[in-house]
Every structure is written in C-alpha cells, then in structure tokens.
Design a protein around this ligand. Structure first.
Ligand code: ATP
Ligand code: MG
Length: 451
C-alpha cells in the first residue's frame, strides 16, 4: 500500500533526524511500538505524539503514550481487536494492553472546517490521504479529519506537538516545539486568546505543564489567562474534576498549587479553599500548613512510585474550609461530632458547585475527617475500633499532618505510631496504660414513678 509520494502535509515539517535528538526506542513502551508497527504494516501513518515525545526529549519517563494516525476511529477499531472508541464529540480510540492504555487519535483538521462544511463543502483539510483508505475517515459532525500538519496546529502547546516516527526515527516539528523545549517555554500554538476561547481548559493545562516541567509560560501565552479565567465556568464540573486530579497528581502538586493561587483560573477550581486561606480565623495557619504538607506528601509519594487518592487530597483541600466554618459559624446546639459533620457536608456542597467529586471519594474524605476525633480519644474501645477501621491508615496519616502543621494534639500521633509498630504484647501494655473508659453519664434520668 505504500506509495512513494510523501503523505500530504509532511512537507511542512522541520525534520530532526535520529542523530540530532535524544528519543530512543528503548524508552518507548513495547505496546506503543507494536501499535506503530501495525499501523505502518497496514499502510497508515502513525506517530508518537504529545507528552510521550516531550517527556522523552526531556529525559523523563512519560506517563503514557499517545499516538496520532491517519486511520479513522472505525479503521482503528477493525485493525485492533483490543480497541474501544471513547467520546462522541472528540473520538479517541483506547487500545488496551493489560494495564496499559494507548490512546490513538485520528489527525484533526482545524475547527473552522466545520463551518465551511455547511454550505460550500470546500473540503479544505478533509481531502483524504491515499487511495487505499480514502473512503473512510471523513466527517462525523465534530470529528473532522485532516493531515498531520493540520493535526499539529490543532494541538495546544508547541512542545506537545512533536511527532516521532518509527519509520526512520526522526522527529517532525510543525511549529517551534524543539526550540521552545530547549528554552523551557510553554507556548500556545496560534493566537492564545482564540485558543483559550476554543477550549478554556487549556489555561489549566498551561499552568499544569509549567509546574510539571518547570517551564516558564511564554509571555503572550500567559497574558490572557487572568482575564479569560471566567470562561472555565462553561466547562462541565466533571471535566474540571478530571483536570484537578491531573493538576495535583502531576508529581508537582506543590508548585502547581502555587500557580493556582497566583492566577485566576485557580478560583474556578478551588474558590472555597482559596477564600478560606485568605480569611482570618483561629486555626487558619495550621490548616494552611496541613494543606501544604499534604501536597508535598503527594509529590513525595508519587516520586516513590506510590499511589495517591483524590479522597485524601480533598480531605486536605477542604480542611481549611471546614476549620473556617467551625471557627466562625459554630452550631452550639450540636455536639462536636455533629458540628464537624455539618461543616464537612457544607464544605463538600460548596466545592461541588465548582468541580464534581465522585461520591466514592467524598465518602472516604468524610471518613478521614470523622476518624480524627476518634483517633484523639484514648480508651481501649475507641482505639480498637479505629484501628480496625478500613480508613485507619489514611486517617492516621492525616492526623500526623495536622500535628506537623502545628496543631497541638498532645502527642497522640506519636502514640499511634508506637501502637502500630508494637508487637501484640506491647500493644496490650499500651492499652492497659490508657485511662479507664469513662462511662457516658446518662443525660435523661429515669422518670420517677408518679406518686
Ligand atoms: P500528560 O503527561 O499529562 O499525558 P500530554 O501532553 O500527553 O501530557 P494529554 O492530555 O495526554 O497530555 O494529551 C495528549 C496530547 O493531545 C497533548 O500533548 C496535546 O498535543 C493534545 N491535547 C490534549 N488536550 C488538548 C486540548 N485541550 N487542546 C489541544 N490539544 C490537546
Ligand atoms: Mg499523554
């Protein structure tokens, strides 16, 4: 199926041959390589693109491998048995290899092609690539397919638009990706303002990549983001939740948080927390410090190859909001547990007006908070109950962060550490040393029989 003619669009690329870049096949997942091989064998173009190429050029290990191809989603479906089409507005094909998922996308053409298609189908950008598969891959409403050069210019930042091919191991650059990578700059492709209006989430992506890669955001790319941040209001809470997790699980949560505090887009994800951090109340410093430590902890865990859960992150993110509510709006008719519960529910409800959070996570955050009071109780029954709780470990970690953040809890964290590290006999001894359990006094006396 191969023709000698260059596929259309390739002539627009700056080609960086193998001996002039550092991407090596050895660092690319076997599965991604096999996808590229299979596409090539079937007569399609296939490139590694996005974070995979960018991170390899930076000597980092990519989180995942994305592939761009001229094969349509339907063609990918029939070529790969392990494939699934995801999304309707923007079709992506997931190729599953055990735990690894390779994302394949068909070359996109510029958005305005949609408009052009209306009356006069000039068909710019949707002409097809070679006769072998010219019938498929046409227009499916918002899925307008194009050539590789058009695909490159539809991407967000120049460093995300580098294409690596295994046919001759060169890299194709259609913008200024290589140069910006060298100068460590996040630069929007095209007119930043227009591109943010097309998809406001790109503002969050700019901040994310800046923190994650320790790159500066190029001046014109940065300039509109405070003014245009409000556009994030039009993004679904579910997408904003996904983006939140990417922001905080990037391995640079602390640096990312700095940027989210500094620039307006942060207010469209974390307004309740950011507001609480600016409101004076008793306990603010400690809550702020706990959050800071939780973010640092997250980065350290990821660096050690450990997992992080959104539940723990939200437990820390909403802690300042809860503490503010408890300090400024106490509900004296409720007992402390009920007060915490009320503050927690209201903090979650407020957060949900910005981003969704799946219930399975908020449920666990609430358990982490509720367990705090129980961890502080020192009697045998409470200790045994808490220790067996499925969220014990998360709640204990949270308790340590509270103390480390400056809350004085009378050394209870150290006690729990000792308790966990102790053997069975030592544990018994520790339990024996606890003060006797105080029986709660009956509040309502039995009514005296009426005389
Ligand atoms: P990560 O390391 O987080 O995976 P990534 O750059 O690979 O970073 P993805 O979200 O996996 O980011 O997207 C893959 C590629 O798709 C990006 O590199 C970019 O080229 C393109 N892309 C993703 N989201 C957008 C968007 N909102 N607008 C334009 N292009 C995008
Ligand atoms: Mg990626």
């Amino acid at each position: 199926m191969h023709t000698n003619a260059l596929p259309p669009g390739l002539e627009k690329a700056t080609v960086i041959p193998r001996d002039e870049h550092s991407v090596s096949r050895r660092h690319i997942s076997e599965n991604a390589l096999s996808v590229l091989r299979k596409l090539d064998d079937a007569g399609y173009q296939g490139y590694l693109v996005g974070g995979g190429v960018r991170d390899l050029l930076l000597g980092k290990r990519p989180k995942d491998f994305d592939i761009a191809t001229d094969a349509t989603p339907e063609e990918l479906r029939s070529l790969f048995r392990n494939s699934r089409i995801i999304g309707r507005r923007f079709k992506i094909v997931h190729l599953r290899y055990g735990r690894e998922i390779i994302e394949a996308t068909t070359f996109r053409a510029p958005h305005d092609v949609n408009v052009e298609l209306g009356e006069n189908s000039s068909r710019r950008g949707i002409r097809h690539l070679d006769s072998a598969h010219s019938t498929a891959g046409m227009i499916l409403r918002d899925n307008v397919y194009g050539n590789v050069d058009e695909d490159a210019l539809r991407r967000d930042f120049t460093v995300n638009a580098l294409y690596y091919t295994t046919t001759n191991f060169s890299i194709l650059d259609f913008s200024t990706g290589m140069q910006d990578l060298k100068n460590r700059k996040i630069r929007m492709i095209g007119d930043p303002e227009a591109r943010y209006k097309e998809d406001p989430v790109r503002m969050l992506r700019a901040l994310r990549f800046s923190a994650k890669l320790d790159f500066d955001i190029e001046e014109k790319t940065l300039a509109p983001i405070n003014e245009l941040a409000y556009l994030l209001e039009s993004i679904s809470p579910a997408r904003l939740f996904d983006e939140t997790i990417k922001l905080l699980a990037s391995g640079q949560a602390e640096a990312t948080w700095e940027l989210l505090r500094k620039y307006q887009p942060g207010n469209y994800l974390f307004a309740p927390t950011l507001r609480a951090l600016l409101t004076p109340f008793r306990g603010r410093e400690q809550a702020a410090e706990l959050l800071q430590l939780a973010l640092r902890n997250t980065d350290n865990r990821l660096a050690d190859g450990k997992s992080v859960t959104p539940a723990f992150l939200y437990a820390a993110l909403l802690w300042p909001v809860i503490q503010l509510k408890l300090a400024l709006h106490p509900l004296p008719k409720l007992n402390p547990g009920q007060q915490l519960n009320a503050a927690a529910n209201s903090a979650i409800a407020e957060q949900l007006t910005y981003t969704s959070i799946p219930k399975r996570f908020t449920q666990v955050s609430k358990e982490i908070w509720e367990l705090q009071a129980r961890l502080e109780q020192r009697n045998r029954r409470a200790v045994e109950g808490v220790f067996e709780h499925p969220r014990f470990r998360a709640a204990y970690d949270f308790l340590l962060l509270r103390e480390e953040g400056g809350e004085n809890l009378g050394g209870i964290g150290a006690w729990w550490t000792e308790f966990q590290e102790a053997g069975e006999d030592e544990r018994e001894a520790l339990l024996d040393q606890l003060p006797r359990e105080q029986r709660p006094r009956r509040k309502t006396r039995r009514r005296k029989p009426q005389s």
